[in-house]
Design a protein around this ligand. Structure first.
Ligand SMILES: Nc1ncnc2c1ncn2[C@@H]1O[C@H](COP(=O)(O)OP(=O)(O)OP(=O)(O)O)[C@@H](O)[C@H]1O
Ligand SMILES: [Mg+2]
Length: 446
């Protein structure tokens, strides 16, 4: 089911841009131009999250926040403010706003905050489904000793402010762990800001992180609050830290040591209280040895290490994670698929998952969409996985020529719906030769 977001802003252009962005992300969007209109919409319609401008004609964003929280304390409210009203927005967070966005709104950050807020509400509301509690920690599922160790590690370190470095191949759940660390910490009510060091170009990174003052460079028409400052009180997650530009590594280190920043072109030092998490799928120790990554920064970031093992090294997690995705995607696609064919389970366990949990997630989603049956069968799996199954069968049959011949002949017959002429053509033999073989292989009566 799509979730509904109510956007409240008196500026029609801003309403348009925000609605279009969120609709593209597959949310339902409702809009209101005043606080009064928002309250009536909120009372009469289903709403999952509210984004409201701080300054509104009539009742303002803060009063709207109070009214909403009085009726529904779980409703996430995100406030938008122009630069001059940031102090008030911070006050509003104390009254229960989920977070605030500075205008002009950075759309990627808005989407990420909306997702986090909704996720957090779901965790608060949802009683967990049929996976036993000890096999699930927030959104992370797993029964293998390695994942159980990750759960206990998260619990032990989340209440501290220690920097955590999360290592592991692509798709092993590093970001999931970072979010779990934030949402079980004392900072959970403040923002979680993920920064992907591979997608922000190095020349923009510095101003994105630290912000700038009006006039700092030619196009700095106004002050800009950077991402570090925006995460005040919360957690900042440097994803793919191994790709952070070398010059910036030094600037980040300085911030970690001094806990204060100054915006580009600004003189004032600004204290920021933020916890740092980082992740990478690169071999960062090697990068340090080669001089590509600063050793001093590495030690700062690596107070605690959490290592996410690849899925192929914790095969006992595959069936429960697969079932979890089956249920999730069945619900999303309004299908009722209770389980997997046992052959499918075997294939899922035997495959070595180079793309880890993300690949498993994609395979199950695809299977749910394609599968016309009550069960996920081998035909609904991608070719790559089916080939693995055939190879495994080959291994288990050994090199028995008769068995091999029987399998190939049967396969040709099945493919042609037991049309002997066509099967023979497929096998490159005559129909007569095929019949002789079928007789020998006891595939024909008599
Ligand atoms: N143990 C798990 N249980 C349930 N879902 C998981 C688990 N691990 C990963 N996922 C899911 O797999 C996908 C990939 O996870 P995530 O983005 O955290 O991986 P990552 O290690 O950050 O990958 P990359 O290095 O490619 O960024 C996500 O959709 C996540 O929800
Ligand atoms: Mg990631």
């Amino acid at each position: 089911m799509k979730q509904t977001i109510l956007i409240v802003d008196d500026e029609i252009n801003s309403l348009r841009v925000l609605s279009a962005t969120l609709r593209k992300e597959r949310f339902n969007v409702e809009t209101a131009r005043t606080g009064e209109e928002a309250i009536s919409r909120f009372k009469n319609n289903h709403v999952d999250l509210i984004i409201s401008d701080y300054r509104l004609p009539g009742i303002d964003g803060e009063t709207l926040l109070e009214e909403v929280k009085a009726k529904n304390p779980n409703m996430p409210v995100i406030l938008m403010t122009a630069y001059g009203t940031i102090e008030r927005a911070v006050d509003a967070m104390k009254k229960g706003a989920y977070t605030y966005l500075t205008k002009p709104v950075n759309l990627d950050i808005m989407i990420s905050m909306v997702r986090d807020a909704l996720q957090k509400r779901e965790w608060a509301l949802e009683s967990k489904d049929d996976i036993p509690g000890r096999y699930q920690f927030l959104n992370i599922i797993g029964k293998s000793p390695a994942i159980q160790e990750v759960f206990s590690m998260i619990q032990r370190v989340s209440k501290t402010d220690a920097a955590v470095l999360i290592l592991g191949e692509s798709g092993t759940g590093k970001e999931l762990v970072a979010r779990a660390l934030h949402y079980t910490s004392l900072r959970a009510n403040s923002p979680f800001i993920p920064i992907d060091c591979t997608t922000i170009p190095p020349e923009l990174m510095e101003s994105e992180l630290f912000g700038y003052e009006k006039g700092a460079f030619t196009c700095a028409y106004d002050n800009k609050v950077g991402l570090i400052e925006m995460s005040e009180g919360g957690t900042i997650f440097f994803d793919e830290i191994g790709d952070l530009d070398f010059a910036l590594q030094k600037k980040l280190l300085r911030f970690l040591q001094e806990k204060e920043i100054h915006r580009l072109g600004g003189k004032k030092k600004i204290k920021v209280d933020v916890r740092i998490l980082a992740a990478t799928n690169r071999n960062i120790e090697e990068a340090v040895e080669k001089g590509e990554f600063r050793a001093d920064l590495y030690y700062r970031l690596n107070v605690i290490t959490i290592h996410m093992p690849p899925l192929r090294e914790r095969k006992e997690d595959i069936p429960i994670i697969a079932s979890h995705f089956l249920e999730l995607f069945s619900r999303k696609n309004k299908k009722n698929i209770p389980g997997f064919d046992s052959k499918v389970t075997d294939i899922l366990i035997n495959y070595d998952w180079p793309g880890n949990v993300r690949e498993l997630e994609n395979v199950i989603e695809r299977a749910v969409i394609l599968c016309p049956y009550e069960q996920i069968t081998v035909d609904c799996l991608p070719r790559k996985l089916r080939l693995v199954a055939e190879e495994n069968q080959f291994e288990s049959d050994g090199f028995n020529l008769v068995e091999m011949e029987k399998r190939v002949v049967l396969k040709a017959l099945e493919k042609t719906s037991w049309n002997q002429s066509r099967a023979a053509a497929l096998l490159g033999i005559s129909r007569k030769q095929l019949r002789t073989r079928m007789k020998n292989l006891e595939l024909l009566p008599g």
